[in-house]
Design a protein around this ligand. Structure first.
Ligand SMILES: *[C@@H]1O[C@H](CO)[C@@H](O)[C@H](O)[C@H]1NC(C)=O
Ligand SMILES: *[C@@H]1O[C@H](CO)[C@@H](O)[C@H](O)[C@H]1NC(C)=O
Length: 390
């Protein structure tokens, strides 16, 4: 019985090996990781995740404090947000600038938020914050929902019929200085959709980073700074570029509410279930690397990773977004080299220590080589092929 099967099996194996080998050779020239060869992946055994690490990664530090803060904000208690007192002055100014309501001269105070002057904005703020907070839970199926949550909204804005089809190809452009080592501009712009990060400067770097911009992905700290500056004012790339933002601090719903009331393109907040998923994945990789490389107990992870402040990077979530809405993903400007600047467009040298970039690189490596090794992802989700350009 065995014999007739053997030759066929060896031929298949040979094909698999050749395919793997040749795809590695063609891709190695321009990328550090080869795309996943399909045949190899199907033959891998299902992964066994360490349950201690899974449980550890599922704990989000600071959740209780965050809940309390949200509760206070929903009640209109801004007493712990003193720096936001200036917000009301700004709010009036932008209202008069952008809605032509006429300038108001009174100085604002948080207690005024519920006054009639702000009534509509207050109701919007409350509703947005409430919906977001209510959704904050672990639900891996959110990956399957990203087309509806994001692509349908953008299609609708562009007057297109929304289908469940994903974008054919997406480029996610990070801001690493390594972008200056190659001329990827044209290649980046050849993708159907180009996602850029945190309002990175493009002008005079087109050759290196391209110029197309389909989605601007930002964190709300960046958005907050931009919304207060008259030059940037909510939309540094123009009011037609959709923005997707993740919320770093609940109070940033104020900036969102104000900008959203006159932003033409979709201004979307990442679903909080999606935030939770990203947070758990990165914490898992970080904790795993920590115990494997330092040999220290898991309990010491908190104190070496800024505990409550620890957060995934915007780039990581932008890649996760692309995985959910694109049939293939090209990743540019992620990674570092001793000769490269931290950001291609600034002289900032230091990295933020509240991110664990090495853990995120390990995650990207698995995306390319072995997506099955990524924890917390729903079985129903199929990863698209990912190529990382270095
Ligand atoms: C899982 O990880 C924990 C923490 O690093 C470790 O103590 C434990 O031995 C691991 N369990 C298995 C089965 O590998
Ligand atoms: C607002 O929150 C602060 C801080 O938790 C608390 O001390 C204060 O009593 C609250 N004010 C009202 C009016 O609930």
């Amino acid at each position: 019985m065995k014999h007739p099967v053997r030759p066929l099996l060896s031929i298949l194996l040979l094909i698999a090996v050749t395919a793997t080998f040749s795809s590695r050779i063609t891709v190695r020239r321009s990328t550090i990781f080869s795309p996943k060869p399909q045949l190899r992946i199907q033959s891998l055994p299902p992964p066994v995740f360490n349950s201690t690490l899974l449980k550890f990664a599922a704990i989000q530090l600071g959740e209780e404090d965050s809940k309390q803060e949200i509760e206070q904000l929903l009640q209109g208690n801004f007493s712990t947000q003193l720096k936001y007192r200036s917000f009301f002055t700004w709010w009036r100014r932008s209202n008069s600038d952008h809605r032509e309501k006429g300038a108001r001269t009174s100085t604002g105070s948080p207690e005024n938020l519920k006054s009639s002057e702000f009534n509509q904005d207050w109701l919007d703020f409350r509703r947005n914050l409430h919906d977001w907070a209510r959704n904050k839970m672990f639900q891996p199926d959110v990956m399957l929902d990203l087309v509806r949550l994001v692509k349908h909204r953008i299609d609708g804005h562009n007057g297109l019929f929304s289908s469940d089809k994903k974008y054919k190809s997406c480029a996610v452009v990070g801001n690493s200085g390594i972008l200056l080592n190659s001329n990827y501009g044209e290649l980046i712009d050849s993708h159907e959709v180009v996602i850029r990060l945190n309002n990175a400067w493009i002008r005079s770097y087109e050759h290196k980073v391209g110029s197309k911009i389909s989605i601007s992905f930002v964190n709300s700290n960046i958005f907050h700074l931009c919304s207060r500056s008259r030059e940037c004012f909510c939309h540094p790339y123009g009011a037609e570029v959709p923005i997707i933002m993740y919320i770093c601090q609940p109070i940033h719903f104020l900036d969102y509410t104000v900008c959203n009331s006159y932003y033409k393109a979709p201004l979307l907040i990442t679903d909080s279930r999606f935030d939770v998923l990203c947070a758990q994945i990165v914490k898992y990789y970080s904790a795993k690397r920590f115990v494997e490389e330092t040999g220290k107990p898991l309990e010491e992870w908190d104190s070496t990773h800024e505990g409550v402040m620890f957060h995934y990077s915007s780039g990581m979530q932008a890649i996760m977004l692309a995985l959910g809405i694109c049939d293939s993903v090209g990743v540019f400007g992620f990674g570092k080299s001793p000769s490269a600047r931290h950001h291609y467009h600034s002289s900032q040298k230091a990295e933020l220590t509240l991110h664990d970039y090495e853990a995120e690189y390990a995650f990207y490596h698995d995306l390319v080589e072995n997506p099955q090794a990524i924890p917390f992802i729903s079985d129903k989700f199929r990863f698209p092929p990912v190529v990382i350009y270095q």
